[in-house]
Design a protein around this ligand. Structure first.
Ligand code: ADP
Ligand code: MG
Length: 368
């Protein structure tokens, strides 16, 4: 059963701004869905419309099959955790968990029962009597989640709750969250700007840009089959190598030219390009740094897709080390292991894994 359905939802702000455009998405009951996209893409607007904190300009929102457009926030049974979440500082953990239940008019014994049940679920029973300001790290986060869940919401909305954290704590929380969701079975929409975080925690992602749903799919589908250049680039770390290539037909096979360098498309890409009438036209190609190789085996395997490159420098980011190279003054990133022994200034042969080259229409930037 669909836990949450968004049907052609749009948000038009009174100042003429468009927060979300014609957005449709079905999230299954108990699913953990990740809504991912850059700042200003409409993620918070969408969550606020689901939660009832913002009017829905167009379209419908259904929770467990019930249209909720006209329900008050508290009638929707949706809990939200915001970016700048805080615990009530003057209260114990117990009182924090009980607070929302009191507002809904639960009786004392029912409140007690629910607080204990929630605490057991989150494994924070030992903290209940502590003042909330004494609770730190992952436990603090659990209390925040517990407070949202104590009312047994049908849907839990999380608006980039980890953006202020970094390093170890963030890592712990990601793992904790996945584990928790398995036990809770509540429908979750988790918002993040961070593509690698989305990949790590989501079983299904919805990618949003400029208020438009660009693609949904498992992390693997999004990564392997991006439907357009934006999605491809957003989910590549380090950034993809993007260039314009001219397509030509040669003995029934599509080949490419980037300036005066010739390459050969994979049989699959070749078929798509020729069937799509791209011979003689320019397209955009994109290659992940991890799909450009310096090993000799690759130069043999991809003899038609080799480039002479001059090594510039090692770079490092959270995803590991990679090298930048110059090819006729253009910069190319390749994830070459340090064990390859390449030093800045060396001239090397780089081979492109042609099966991993992404091809996009130059005008629409849609995948071909
Ligand atoms: P995100 O959460 O993905 O960063 P938002 O949902 O906050 O994006 O914003 C989406 C778009 O809607 C942005 O262009 C933003 O400027 C606009 N927007 C958000 N809130 C308002 C508002 N109250 N009035 C007018 N425009 C808004
Ligand atoms: Mg936001």
């Amino acid at each position: 059963m669909a836990g949450l359905v968004l049907k052609n939802v749009a948000k038009l702000y009174p100042n003429g701004g468009v927060g979300v455009k014609d957005f449709s998405l079905e999230i299954q009951d108990g699913e953990f869905a990740v809504l991912v996209g850059p700042a200003g893409s409409g993620k918070s607007t969408l969550l606020r419309m689901i939660g009832g904190l913002e009017d829905i300009s167009l379209g419908d929102v259904y929770i467990d099959g019930e249209r909720v457009n006209d329900l008050e926030p508290r009638e929707r049974n949706v809990a939200m955790i915001f970016r700048n979440y805080m615990l009530y500082p003057q209260m114990t953990v117990y009182e924090n968990l009980a607070f929302g239940l009191k507002l809904t008019g639960c009786g004392k014994s029912e409140i007690h029962e629910r607080v204990l049940e929630t605490a057991r679920l989150l494994e924070i029973e030992g903290l209940l009597e502590l003042p909330s300001e004494q609770v730190t790290g992952i436990d603090r986060y659990k209390v925040v989640v517990g407070r949202a869940l104590a009312r047994r919401p049908r849907v839990l909305l999380m608006d980039d709750p980890m953006i202020r954290l970094d390093g170890q704590l963030r890592q712990e929380m990601r793992e904790g969250l996945a584990d928790l969701h398995h036990r809770l079975g509540v429908t979750v929409v988790y918002v993040t700007e961070d593509a690698s975080e989305a990949m790590l925690i989501g079983t299904r992602l919805a990618v949003i840009r400029d208020g438009v749903l660009e693609q949904t799919g498992t992390p693997e589908e999004i990564c392997r089959k991006p439907q357009n250049r934006f999605v491809a680039e957003y989910f590549s770390n380090p950034p993809m190598n993007v260039m314009t290539a001219r397509v030509e037909e040669e003995n029934g096979r599509a080949i490419l030219w980037v300036d005066d360098r010739r390459g050969v498309f994979s049989p699959e890409n070749s078929r798509r390009l020729l069937e799509g009438g791209y011979a003689g036209k320019e397209i955009t190609i994109a290659i992940r740094p991890g799909d450009i190789h310096a090993e000799k085996e690759w130069a043999e395997k991809e003899a038609d897709n080799c480039l002479q490159a001059s090594a510039d420098s090692y770079e490092e980011d959270e995803s590991g080390a990679y090298m930048t190279f110059s090819i006729d003054g253009e910069s190319v990133r390749a994830r070459v292991p340090e064990s390859a022994g390449i030093r800045p200034g060396d001239t090397v042969t780089l081979a492109v894994d042609s099966a991993k080259v992404y091809i996009f229409d130059k005008d629409t930037q849609k995948a071909i």
